[in-house]
Design a protein around this ligand. Sequence first.
Ligand SMILES: *Cc1c(COP(=O)(O)O)cnc(C)c1O
Length: 444
Amino acid sequence: MTRQAGEDYGRLVGGDRRHLWHPFTQEKTAPDPVPIVSGRGIELTDAAGNTYLDMISSWWVNLHGHGHPHIAEAIARQAARLEQVIFAGFTHPPAVELATALARLLPGDLDRVFFSDDGSTAVEVALKMAVQFHLNQGRPRTRFLAFEGGYHGDTVGAMSAGRSSGFFGAFDTMMFRVDTLPFPHTWQGDHEVERKEAAALAALDTYLERFGGDTAAMILEPLVQGAGGMRMCRPAFVHRLVGRLQEAGVLVIFDEVMTGFGRTGSLFACRSCDVTPDIICLSKGLTGGFLPLSVTVARETIYQAFYADDFDKALIHGHSYTANPIGCAAALASLELTESAETTARLAAIAGWHGEFMEAARSWPGALRTRVTGTIAALDLGTGGAGYLAAAGPCLKAFFMERGFLIRPLGNVVYLMPPYCVTREQLARAYEAVGEGIARCRGV
Ligand SMILES: *Cc1c(COP(=O)(O)O)cnc(C)c1O
């Protein structure tokens, strides 16, 4: 298959290069961006008519496929009825319905929904809630704990929590201190997992003994660290960790911005871990990948610490588009699809296919640490030195595009995280391309 470029294609790329500035991109050395003009199901189409199978759900946001009519129609209906209204002193049906649905689906008394716009702001809200929760009770706590390699977004608080991801060197002076624990990353055939988990829990015990009383919260990505390289841990470990933290009065913040809404196989990772975090952050898949929206959901006990006659005890935080009605309508439509029996069956099927294809990938030369959690599968490229890795990434990206797949390695990690509408045949083709790409780019 040869990728072609036409006149529209060139015009769009030219206009882009003149006026745009892309995220996470060194504009000087990056290849030209690909102008995408439409999307249907798992397929994206560029301005020259070339198609790409979206195997990373467009940065992990898309759940049910592009252009899903059920969500598109809900958005159109809501836009015609009420597009936006101030959310201080006012409310509206989509916000009430969505908050009610989320409270029903989340475990325990995770019943209080605070809206914002994206994953980073959901995390900022959670961090501020945690600090003020303790303050409002007259017992201020200022320390935060996170996992090594965790990523929580790009605003200042979120960067601080994810500082160890190594993305934020330029902003070192802006960040506040967050302590870290080792993350017991595991994979298929890992014989060290018990030792790593025990070491992480021992480090936590030592930390809590010294600083437990000063620690406001621990924030973590349960089951899968996303941007840190699709690093996975076991549910039983998270369960034990949460038990120790909550016993020490340290709030537990689950950053499920990526893991929410079925990604890890169950509706939320906290359900697989059989715990109720004190605060949970949800975004990416919330609207099915249609609109930016996020929620920070707190337990009723957290909310009660803010519920007082005194205005100073209120959470003084908000955004212009808080609880945008169109976003809420998209989220409600997406939730209907997510909760359907069809999606439940698809989630189980995708996990099964990943397991089967990854089993075969284990024997590829250069494929290390194969791992699967729900709809997410990843492997590490064997190292041939740092220079090799720097060259292999761009080589792989280009190879996958040429073959008609949107697959973007994260450093030395190749992962697949398709929308839930993926078929077995499409996934099989993606694995075939990954195998060929690794074989081709290993030698560059
Ligand atoms: C993507 C991500 C964020 C940040 O979300 P944005 O919408 O990009 O601000 C936070 N936490 C996790 C776990 C993420 O994957």
